[in-house]
Design a protein around this ligand. Structure first.
Ligand code: NAD
Length: 250
């Protein structure tokens, strides 16, 4: 038991994949959720799944674009209005971008990935930190990637955005370490979600890149995030945790 009862948690990108799994694990552990995503209908589905597991699960849906600062303010305000404060924030919303080599990727495509994946995490934290301070502390978990530590041909914007998230996480962790806010990054390997597409051959090739010989499941990321969000991880801050079936050990 991670004792998250009564804790208020934001999850961005909560309509699908890893974000949905994180919301489900946090709710299972007792947390009250703010489910933020561009896809509000997907968040409603996540909320229905939470309630199917636990009849008294609490969640509120906010339609929010991670690349817009004001939308993060609205998301934090939803936590304040609904739950009276904020204890946990999981910044997970992200996009893969166009698969093109660097010299062929246009500036607009570059900017969109950086706007959502990197600027979005900065905007989120800027909006969340005052609310966490007001509560006397809390935890932020930013979803990076194995590609926050290694390169990948045809994904320079994505790789740069995720390396940026790791650097932002480390720096903010240093800044807030004495003020009760722990800030960590999680680096999933390839996880079976819609972001990977549905070509079975391509999925099998990705699976084979991992020493465990399979793709990860969203819940396996959710379990790590829930632990990092809880007081059980009280000494853990400024860390990057892979959850990647051994990918980065190669
Ligand atoms: P997904 O596509 O299943 O879910 C992403 C969610 O983010 C969707 O619900 C989508 O609507 C939302 N979203 C996209 N752009 C948004 C925006 N501008 N504002 C708000 N919401 C937005 O993908 P996923 O695999 O669950 O990815 C979640 C996170 O995990 C991403 O940050 C991704 O980079 C990261 N990640 C995924 C993998 C993987 O293999 N699946 C690996 C490493 C890291």
């Amino acid at each position: 038991d991670l004792e998250l009862g009564g804790k208020a948690a934001i999850v961005t990108g909560a309509a699908s994949g890893i974000g949905r799994a994180i919301a489900l694990v946090l709710s299972r552990e007792g947390a009250d959720l703010v489910l933020a995503d561009l896809d509000a209908a997907g968040c409603e589905r996540t909320l229905a799944l939470m309630r199917a597991e636990r009849a008294d699960a609490r969640g509120v849906v906010v339609r929010a674009d991670a690349s817009r600062y004001d939308d993060h303010e609205a998301t934090v305000n939803a936590a304040l209005d609904e739950y009276g404060g904020l204890d946990i924030a999981v910044n997970n919303a992200g996009i893969g971008g166009e698969p093109k080599i660097t010299g062929e990727l246009g500036p607009e495509a570059w900017r969109r990935v950086i706007d959502v994946n990197l600027n979005g995490v900065y905007y989120a934290m800027h909006a969340q930190l005052p609310a966490l301070l007001a509560r006397g502390g809390g935890a932020i978990v930013n979803i990076a990637s194995i590609l926050g530590q290694a390169g990948w041909r045809t994904a320079s914007a994505y790789v740069a955005s995720k390396h940026g998230v790791v650097g932002l996480t480390k720096t903010a962790a240093l800044e807030y370490a004495t003020r009760g806010i722990r800030i960590n990054a999680v680096g999933p390997g390839f996880i079976e979600t819609p972001i990977l597409g549905d070509d079975p051959e391509a999925l099998a090739q990705l699976a084979a890149l991992h020493p465990v010989g399979r793709l990860g499941q969203p819940q396996e990321v959710g379990d790590l995030v829930a632990w990092l969000s809880s007081a059980r991880a009280s000494l853990v801050t400024g860390a990057y945790y892979p959850v990647d079936g051994g990918y980065l050990a190669q």
